[in-house]
Design a protein around this ligand. Structure first.
Ligand SMILES: C[S@@+](CC[C@H](N)C(=O)[O-])C[C@H]1O[C@@H](n2cnc3c(N)ncnc32)[C@H](O)[C@@H]1O
Length: 350
């Protein structure tokens, strides 16, 4: 079995943020948003535009999409190099405004190359000026700066389609944006994983390993543009029974491991994995809270675990960091204490 998360884990720890997205993955997602690009300025602000498939995609589709302008900035690099070494403190940005000479190709003289004063950091004043000018931001921001990147998009009130990791949905500052329907998941990668062009060591094995690529599981697209699957109702077939759907030991909600197992006749609080956002239709369910946020748990009725439960957990051989005073949800299942992973609390609306 491939250990698919190692690549991302390393990226976070070592701030290795150089993954490049494949053209077909970009095309697969963008095709759903075609009507929203008409007359718009697109900015790819975490890019190396001369090698990036984001630049390539939007330049190739410039006229089909009816774009007004394409701007891409690169970070700390002026050399055409797939994997930037960040050698230069000064970066460039490109502007493309279409096939001016009408020869059907993207000619070098049609691409305006401009120097940035600084290193191309998306938070710099000059990059923020480009952000201000843009209508839609499309990029794969560095995983290590994801929260800051999203905050910047909201500070500037921008439309966006960006790549991130599903784990970020449980972050204190990302979850509320999803809960309040200010951002949601896009259509996503096939099988919930993607191969990125990368020189980092890939731990995927067998058919999942592709030379020159790294496989990352749990990658998703986040957006605040309309996504049709959000209007589809989850078809529920299961029936509630207290035996099948036990409540948490310290919170008045049932635990459901898979979205499709949500009972059709239960209208109380339900704990589901954070990946439920993949199926979320805001007309069908209300998002109540995030059990990964200890402050939320404390303020919303999740009781302390307690000494007895912790003692039992330790007797079972569990060495996790939870302690008796913590307001973390737990379940007693078949006489055993279990700590469900990354749950959010939802409630049926209809
Ligand atoms: C995950 S890679 C994605 C690259 C490319 N957009 C793609 O997917 O094809 C993140 C990119 O962000 C760049 N980057 C890192 N820190 C940045 C910052 N502070 N501001 C802007 N870009 C940054 C990295 O150099 C890298 O090219």
């Amino acid at each position: 079995m491939a250990n698919n998360n190692v690549g991302l884990g390393k990226a976070k720890v070592n701030k290795k943020d150089e993954f490049n997205t494949q053209l077909n993955d970009i095309a697969n997602e963008m095709r759903h948003y075609a009507p929203y690009f008409k007359g718009k300025t697109v900015l790819c602000n975490c890019d190396d535009p001369r090698v990036s498939n984001f630049f390539q995609y939007f330049a190739l589709k410039f006229h089909t999409l009816g774009l007004k302008k394409l701007i891409t900035t690169c970070y700390k690099n002026q050399d055409v190099d797939m994997f930037t070494e960040h050698k230069s403190e000064r970066a460039i940005y490109l502007i493309y405004e279409g096939d001016k000479n009408g020869n059907g190709s993207i000619d070098p003289e049609e691409i305006g190359i401009h120097y940035l004063k600084g290193d191309g950091d998306f938070r710099s004043k000059e990059c923020l000026a480009l952000l201000e000018e843009a209508d839609i931001i499309v990029t794969n921001p560095p995983f290590s700066l994801f929260r800051q990147f999203v905050k910047t998009l909201f500070d500037y009130n921008k439309k966006f389609i960006i790549i991130g990791h599903q784990n970020s949905m449980k972050y204190k500052d990302i979850f509320p944006l999803m809960q309040e329907n200010k951002m949601w998941l896009g259509y996503g990668f096939k099988g919930g994983a993607a191969h990125f062009i990368s020189r980092y060591e890939d731990t995927a094995v067998g058919g999942e390993h592709i030379e020159g690529m790294i496989r990352v599981s749990g990658v998703v697209w986040f957006t605040n543009l309309p996504v049709s699957k959000r209007n589809e109702e989850l078809v529920l077939t299961e029936t509630y029974s207290p035996e099948r759907y036990p409540k948490y030991g310290n919170y008045d909600a049932i635990d459901v491991e898979k979205s499709l197992d949500i009972p059709k006749d239960y209208y109380g609080l339900i704990g589901v994995p954070i990946t439920f956002f993949n199926q979320h239709n805001p007309n069908q369910f209300e998002i109540i809270g995030n059990t990964c946020d200890t402050t939320w748990c404390k303020n919303n009725g999740v009781g302390r675990i307690g000494e007895e439960v912790i003692a039992k957990l330790r007797r079972q051989g569990n060495k996790s960091h939870v302690t008796a005073n913590m307001h973390s949800i737990y379940l007693i299942k078949d006489g055993k204490v279990t700590l469900p992973y990354a749950r959010m609390i939802i409630k049926r609306k209809v």
